[in-house]
Design a protein around this ligand. Structure first.
Ligand SMILES: [Zn+2]
Length: 311
């Protein structure tokens, strides 16, 4: 373990990790970099390990959870034997503020080990509170509706508990709508018809009913059906514990089990479930942390960065 150093002045090999990063030496020619030295509730961090020599194995630990790394051969210097691995660290939108260790442990292919720990400061998200009026059944569901909603929440928890080994995505993550749609409301604490609700785990994009919704990246559709609160819903498993969730569709254009590509139309914007008007609710779950979906486009996207308003 080495002392933390803030990464001013090191030359980052990628744009994403160029600003605000910090680097740490893990020994044996291995460096760990994080996309930001500190962060806030509901965000994603990108961790990158660069080893001068090939690695036999790598494991990450973020708090109590294991973090899977993936290999980025295209980012290694060609012919150098360099080995580049990346991982996403999700900071749940209700994770208490504080300092949390992220530890990476590596075994080198030719023998030898390296390890390092970065202590990541997590700040309060400063989410606004808003009052909304929705249909009475969504705030005071009858026993049958309540049982249905509970069973659906349990199913979603089981989906998110499943970490598919290996990545299914291939390339940059993209926005789910084409055009000038702005997302907002992520993390907002909500008061529904006067009752405090759970925090808003997605980003809302108001858009006309019928607007096509595109898969953010390649993956397997693991749920495509109508749910009580979210209405017509699609969930895509991208592998390594990364899931995108899209809902309130007027129409679902995918079915469970389908493999979809980045950009595949999976449904149309609508106003089904608990809504105040037509919009896309887009959410991201990374190893069971509820984080802003826009962050994965910022960290693993290409081209123009997403616009968030009212965060
Ligand atoms: Zn929403």
């Amino acid at each position: 373990m080495t002392k933390l150093r803030f990464g001013l002045g090191f030359v980052a090999a990628t744009l994403v990790l160029a600003a605000g990063t910090r680097a740490e030496e893990c020994g044996s020619g291995v460096m760990l970099r994080l996309s930001a030295p500190e962060t806030a509730q509901g965000t994603l961090l990108l961790a990158e390990v660069r080893s001068e020599k090939p690695l036999a194995s790598i494991t990450g630990k973020w708090g109590e959870r294991g973090v899977p790394f993936w290999k980025e051969d295209a980012m290694a210097k060609a012919g150098s034997g360099e080995d580049v691995r990346r991982a996403l660290l999700g900071v749940d939108l209700e994770k208490p503020a504080g300092k949390y260790p992220f530890t990476a442990e590596m075994e080198l292919a030719g023998g030898g080990r390296a390890s390092c720990t970065a202590n990541v400061a997590v700040e309060e998200g400063h989410f606004a509170t808003e009052n909304l009026t929705v249909k009475k059944q969504f705030v005071e569901p009858n026993p049958e509706q309540e049982a249905r909603a509970k069973a659906e929440q349990q199913r979603l928890r089981e989906i998110y508990d499943t970490v598919t080994p290996g990545r299914l995505w291939d390339g940059p993550f993209r926005m789910p709508l084409v055009g000038d749609f702005k997302g907002s409301n992520f993390g907002k604490r909500r008061v529904l018809n006067g009752h405090p609700g759970s925090p808003h785990g997605g980003t809302d994009f108001p858009a006309p009913t019928g607007t096509p919704v595109h898969a953010a990246q390649r993956g397997r559709v693991v749920l495509a059906e109508e749910l009580f609160f979210s209405g017509n819903t699609v969930v895509i498993d991208h592998g390594l514990g990364i899931y995108t969730f899209y809902c309130h569709f007027s129409e679902i254009d995918a079915k469970a089990g389908d493999m979809v590509d980045a950009g595949t139309i999976i449904g149309k914007v609508g106003a089904t479930g608990r809504v105040t008007g037509p919009h896309l609710h887009w959410a991201l779950e990374v190893e069971k942390a509820r984080v802003s979906a826009l962050d994965i486009v910022k960290l693993l996207g290409a081209g123009p960065k997403p616009v968030a308003v009212g965060r």
